[in-house]
Design a protein around this ligand. Structure first.
Ligand code: SF4
Length: 680
């Protein structure tokens, strides 16, 4: 018997930048397991993440089975490719799987009825259900016959009765070593080309039950692990192959890395690779929500290349109770922030809004608490109604009167096989405790808070902290200033709110009708719309209005200062001049020749010395010494970056400044500062 041809895809949009550079290891595990159960000679499996490559192969190679993953960022794309495949190969068997699928059976039926191009949906863990179904197909099972009876771990629509057929749930694989490694058997080899981050799962499951997250479902609460021997072999294999690309990060699929003893062993193993191969130099992973002592210890062992995120999502006790979210107590939270700071690690906190029972007041209070605890970067999110979660349930929607709208997932769209495709998310914009107007206000304030948590403005935060100004009061005052100062700065906030409203639609169909029109689609391509607005407006401020924003930030600081104290006013002026001189990246993006410019800056205060100081005993006044600096660009490094960028994007640097900032970080384009004499 000829081997069955199977195309497995974890598709990603790349229309305006790549959605993800992680290797599609999820389909690697599915392939590896199916091959081990059914036989190497029985199957011919190809893996894809590029939709164009897959559609080309559908024409030429003609698979018998196509299996595609469904995440919120690729559901529409998968549906489009399923539909296309059915047109080209009418008897192809299409199998979808992944978390972007409802839980309530009525909704599951509606979902599949709307997507008749999907024959079978694997609704839980993928490996066993997929392998069992393929076995039956190999034994001669047709789509029609297989749909007549429940298939374990699978849902489908009965071909005659038109009802949902739900197969019994399959037990999860608790000994993950039963899934042979797709690295060690070579399945993932073609992804080691420097464009993808090696990605491996270390633990499967999450002991928490957050109501906004699919991983919080009871079926996923028990932890399943790969053995240490298996992980050691995989990591060693990966390091040998990838270390020639030292900048490529390692990604670990683990919802709570660092929380368990097992993770210490994983960390030790990775550390040995760092010593031997000088890789990995950065690690992408979600860190745990408990046992921070262990997490910090692990971060140290890993040379602090791990970003420790201490997310809270909400700090309102009523909300936390409803969404079953356990945050660590605030006193411990503060200790962690302090420890992160001592280690020079960036601390971040995510906040989701609006959640049930959250009010404008409790949300503002939450932001205040995390800032006061020392968090350096706030990442605010609008609540996504992810399918299958508690938030998505009819009960939650009705009880908290959750009003929802639809918007394009930032940059997740494209045109394939002649058709436009948009990934669309449903978001909550009002509840019975937060009106739509309050939601907009919270978004705006969150934008201001997150703007200041960007590295470009860290001088302001350092100053506010050292001058013991209440940071939350400071943000509120700055926000008021922006809204009342009647200038371009005000426009940014107004436009931010305007776009926040304009990106929302009443239905996915409206989005399609609007963006399928050529002019509107071009706006997406040019990133004029459809972007992450907080990111977009932060970049706009840095590129278009940096100086006025800095000036306004200092106005707000002076407001909290004794105006008669001429020393401190002089110090503030010096720091502002130094900050503008070094960080106004727009000068370079307006004229590349600026790279050759040098400048001498005379100040009455050693702003650079103060900024770099790590001695906690030294204060602002200790740097009140006249100083002169040579200000210059890191010419050679920047020339290389600009040359590559000219090749990739064209030589009009201003047009792709945003891309460069996102790719390299604004600090790459700051000017350097060298003290050349101290006045006596
Ligand atoms: S801890 Fe993280 S992965 Fe686990 S349920 Fe909560 S949000 Fe999801």
């Amino acid at each position: 018997m000829n081997p069955i041809k199977i195309a497995l895809g974890d598709l990603r949009h790349e229309t305006v930048g790549r959605h993800s550079s992680l290797m599609p290891v999820g389909i690697g595990y599915i392939a590896s397991y199916a091959l081990s159960k059914i036989g190497q000679d029985a199957l011919e499996i190809r893996l894809y993440n590029n939709p164009d490559k897959l559609t080309k192969d559908i024409n030429n190679w003609k698979p018998k089975i196509i299996g595609l993953s469904n995440y919120c960022w690729n559901t529409e794309l998968s549906s489009l490719v399923f539909e296309y495949t059915k047109r080209i190969i009418p008897d192809v068997i299409s199998i979808a799987g992944g978390p972007e699928f409802p839980r309530e059976h009525g909704k599951c039926r509606a979902y599949l009825a709307k997507r008749s191009m999907i024959d079978f949906y694997v609704y839980g863990e993928g490996e066993s259900a997929f392998a069992n179904l393929v076995t039956k197909i190999r034994e001669g099972g047709s789509i029609h016959d297989l749909k007549l009876f429940p298939q374990e771990g699978i849902m489908s629509i009965h071909p005659e009765k038109d009802v949902l057929v739900v197969g019994e749930p399959l037990p999860r694989i608790m000994d993950l070593d039963k899934i042979p490694s797709p690295f060690l058997n070579g399945i993932m080899d073609s992804w080691f080309n420097g464009f993808y981050s090696p990605t491996i799962e270390t633990i499967r499951g999450c002991p928490f039950s957050c109501g906004f997250c699919r991983a919080g479902l009871p079926t996923y609460n028990r932890l399943a692990m790969f053995s240490m021997n298996r992980l050691k072999d995989e990591l060693a294999y990966i390091a040998k192959k990838i270390h020639k690309y030292p900048a490529v990060p390692l990604a670990l699929y683990d919802s709570n890395f660092g929380m368990f003893e097992h993770d210490e062993e994983v960390a030790d193993c990775i550390r040995r690779l760092q010593d031997e191969y000088k890789w990995p130099n950065s690690i992408i992973v979600s860190t745990g929500k408990k046992n921070y002592k262990r997490i910090l210890n692990i971060a140290s062992r890993l040379r602090n290349v791990l970003q420790v995120a201490v997310s809270v999502q909400s700090l309102n006790p009523k909300t936390l109770d409803i969404i079953k979210r356990e945050n660590i107590p605030m006193d411990q939270y503060k200790v962690i922030q302090k420890k992160l700071k001592e280690r020079g690690l960036l601390s971040t906190a995510e906040l989701i809004m609006p959640l049930p029972e959250e009010t404008k007041r409790s949300y503002f209070k939450g932001i205040k608490s995390v800032i006061e605890a020392g968090v350096k970067r706030i990442t605010p999110y609008t609540t996504m109604m992810l399918k299958g979660t508690y938030l998505d349930s009819n009960e939650c929607r009705t009880k908290y009167n959750m009003k929802t709208k639809y918007r394009i997932l930032p940059l997740q769209f494209g045109e394939y096989i002649g058709e436009k495709c948009f990934e669309i998310e449903e978001v909550c914009v009002a509840t019975n405790t937060m009106s739509y107007g309050e939601y907009l206000e919270c978004r705006e304030f969150a934008f201001v808070s997150s703007l200041f948590s960007c590295l470009q403005f860290d001088v302001i935060l350092k100053l506010v902290e050292e001058m013991e100004i209440d940071i939350h009061e400071y943000f509120l005052y700055f926000w008021e200033l922006i809204k009342t100062c009647n200038s371009r700065r005000e426009d940014y906030c107004n436009n931010f709110v305007k776009e926040t409203e304009e990106e929302l639609w009443d239905s996915p169909e409206e989005i399609y009708v609007h963006f399928e029109k050529k002019d509107n689609y071009n706006m997406l391509l040019k990133r004029e719309v459809g972007d992450n607005l907080i990111k977009k407006y932060t970049t706009k401020v840095i590129l278009e209005s940096f100086i006025p924003f800095v000036e306004l930030a200092f106005v707000a600081i002076r407001k909290h200062t004794d105006q008669r104290n001429t020393t401190i006013i002089g110090i503030l002026n010096a720091i502002m001049r130094w900050m503008i001189s070094l960080r106004n990246v727009n000068a370079l993006f307006s004229n590349k020749a600026d790279i050759y410019q040098e400048e001498i800056l005379h100040l009455s205060f050693d702003a650079n010395g103060w900024y770099l100081n790590e001695d906690l005993n030294k204060q602002l006044a200790d740097f009140d010494i006249p100083c002169s600096y040579r200000i210059f660009y890191a010419k050679n490094e920047l020339k290389d970056i600009l040359q590559v960028s000219d090749k990739l994007h064209g030589d009009k640097i201003k047009l792709h400044a945003g891309k460069l900032l996102n790719q390299w970080g604004a600090n790459k384009f700051w000017r350097n500062c060298e003290k050349f004499c101290i006045h006596s």
